[in-house]
Write a protein that binds this ligand. Structure first.
Ligand SMILES: [Zn+2]
Length: 139
């Protein structure tokens, strides 16, 4: 769990969201799932929280190719997660701006907390250089 398990463009998205002022009455955002393992994915499907079987969700890859973000609003019972799509507008707008896909825009099964890479099925993280090659130059 945690943002470090997400693909770099999603880490950048989460960082950029922190820099924005949340729209009233949103207090702040919390990060939900990044990577989701097999057992959890199967449980989610059984509970109807996801339609995807194992490996069919962008959450089932490392690094995670989707993250879930929840706006927190004040209620009589204290701060709680909002399910109102209106409170997801900032997430949706920023996702559009950063060429990511908001689950608010899904046809049929609207999933507003969800933000995924547009190319998640084929996404490969860039390989980091193991170590810069040091050339010994004799002058
Ligand atoms: Zn999701």
């Amino acid at each position: 769990m945690g943002i470090s398990e997400a693909a770099p463009p999603l880490q950048q998205f989460w960082a950029a969201l922190q820099l924005e002022e949340p729209p009233f009455p949103v207090l702040y955002y919390v990060l939900g799932d990044t990577y989701r393992g097999q057992e959890e994915q199967e449980r989610f499907k059984a509970e109807g929280k996801s339609r995807a079987s194992w490996t069919e969700s962008p959450h089932n890859y490392r690094p995670a190719r989707a993250i879930d973000i929840y706006p927190i609003i004040p209620t009589d019972r204290g701060p709680e997660v909002s399910n109102d799509p209106v409170h997801y507008q900032q997430i949706r707008d920023l996702a559009d701006e950063m060429f990511l896909v908001s689950g608010c825009n899904f046809q049929g099964f609207q999933d507003c907390p969800h933000v995924e890479l547009p190319n998640w099925r084929t996404y490969q993280p860039k390989k980091k250089a193991q170590r810069p090659y040091l050339l010994e130059l004799s002058c």
